[in-house]
Design a protein around this ligand. Structure first.
Ligand code: A2P
Length: 329
């Protein structure tokens, strides 16, 4: 496969290269792409140096697959140009996710809907991916009526600038701000920008993308998304109300048998997922699984995953693996 990685110098792009290498993605030619200011610079893949291409050079090269992590505006403008020359685009931005003509894919859940005609495939939001992976088997078995989510999100989701801001604050140095407030020793209850209804875009992504991926508009979803000074991954407190009642042991077993999910749940040994230990791993970790006694058929759990891995790069690479395995590229 001739593979372009668009946004190769960015936070997600760098992890993308690591994940492609670690999973031995069948690359015959790597085409790393970034903005004009990076063209000609070099990046490393499998201990080899590669020169950054411009977007136009990459389109001319007609790669088989292009994995985009360069922001929504870049995807909106350039994904169709790659698609036109026959490239299959796997897009990490929010640009195409809610487009009715585009599929929003978490491979373990709905990759079977993909066909050769899907030339732009959307990778869901990081907070959504880790949550729906755990929700999908529960929805199938017990029917989810309502989901209430509070997130505790890593600054890496904001990009290189945010990591720099935290490092500057640690060091007591001045520098460019990725957030309107300090993030060190803080919690900012605003991820992405506000919409007119008082919710942030990140919160609405959790609502809309969950319904689209689980293919059920009747699931009621509400969210509060919070940025905290953490780098290893996103954490989520998730409250679920089911249509049917459940047996807690059976539910726990179902989760532990789910592909890509690891249950870490034992109060006796202080075992529960934490972002520091999820960093660099591909799995979604679930713990604090317990009945919500305040209402019927309800459950609380805690979901943690490396937002740059399963929340972004790993999921995108798995989509690519699915396309190859099923002869769709
Ligand atoms: P560059 O490094 O040249 O700015 P992050 O979200 O971590 O900040 O990363 C964003 C990524 O998207 C970077 O690799 C950045 O490249 C790339 N990028 C931003 N704008 C464009 C663009 N117009 N064309 C191609 N790549 C872009």
């Amino acid at each position: 496969m001739r593979v372009a990685v668009v946004g190769a110098t960015g936070m997600v792009g760098q992890v993308m290269l690591q994940v492609l290498a670690a999973r031995n993605f069948p690359i015959t030619e790597l085409i790393p792409v970034a903005s004009e200011r990076s063209v000609g610079k070099q990046i490393t893949y499998k201990q080899k140096a590669y020169t950054i291409y411009s977007m136009q050079e990459a389109i001319t090269a007609k790669p088989d697959i292009a994995i985009f992590s360069a922001g929504g505006a870049t995807s909106l403008e350039y994904a169709p140009k790659f698609a036109e020359v026959g490239t299959t685009v796997i897009d990490n931005s929010s640009a195409w996710r809610m487009d009715r003509t585009k599929k929003l894919v978490v491979p373990e859940i709905n990759a079977n809907a993909l066909t050769k005609e899907d030339k732009i495939i959307a990778n869901p939001n990081c907070s959504t991916i880790q949550m729906v992976l755990a929700l999908a088997p529960l929805h199938k078995k017990y029917g989810i009526k309502r989901v209430v989510i509070s997130t505790y999100q890593s600054i890496t989701g904001t990009g290189v600038k945010a990591v720099q801001q935290l490092e500057n604050e640690y060091a007591g140095a001045k520098g460019e701000m990725a957030y309107p407030y300090p993030i060190h020793r803080n919690a900012i209850p605003a991820c992405d920008v506000f919409e007119e209804n008082g919710y942030t875009k990140e919160e609405l992504k959790l609502v809309n993308e969950t319904q689209k991926i689980l293919d059920d508009r009747t699931i009621a979803v509400t969210a509060t998304a919070v940025r905290i000074p953490v780098v290893g991954g996103h954490s989520e407190s998730v409250n679920l109300e089911f249509h049917k009642d459940y047996d807690l042991n059976e539910l726990r077993k179902l989760l532990s048998e789910t592909d890509g999910v690891t249950v870490q749940d034992n109060p006796d040994t202080n075992t529960y997922p934490m972002p520091m230990y999820a960093e660099g791993k591909d799995d979604v970790f679930v713990g604090r699984i317990r009945r919500d006694h305040s209402q019927e058929n309800s459950l609380n759990m805690w979901i943690v995953s490396d937002n740059l891995r399963k929340g972004a790069a790993t999921n995108a690479v798995q989509i690519g693996e699915y396309l190859i395995a099923n002869g769709l590229v």
